[in-house]
Design a protein around this ligand. Structure first.
Ligand SMILES: [Zn+2]
Length: 93
């Protein structure tokens, strides 16, 4: 049993496994970067139901309760599952 030195360099199977893992990590990094680039092109809001990035504002107006304080109520609709939701947006922020 080798107790000193680099075990990885001495073991061809282990170094093969590690090089395969490194390739997979590189591949995954590219996929993450591609997904991030895709998300940046959208509003950045994900549907709470199906997590599609196709969750967009379809209507916007003063909030019925806090409208006088500059709060807007945005109506979102998911282009994927058609889920609709209203969200408050404070224009002072
Ligand atoms: Zn959805």
């Amino acid at each position: 049993m080798a107790t000193s030195g680099n075990v990885i360099d001495q073991d061809p199977i282990l170094s093969d496994i590690i090089s395969i893992c490194c390739e997979e990590v590189d591949e995954l990094r590219k996929r993450v970067a591609a997904l991030e680039a895709k998300l940046e092109g959208t509003s950045g809001v994900l549907c709470p139901l199906c997590h599609s990035p196709d969750f967009r504002i379809v209507a916007s107006g003063p909030d019925p309760t806090f409208g006088e304080m500059g709060v807007l109520s945005d109506r979102y609709r998911c282009g994927n599952c058609q889920h609709e939701e209203s969200r408050q947006r404070d224009t002072h922020r």
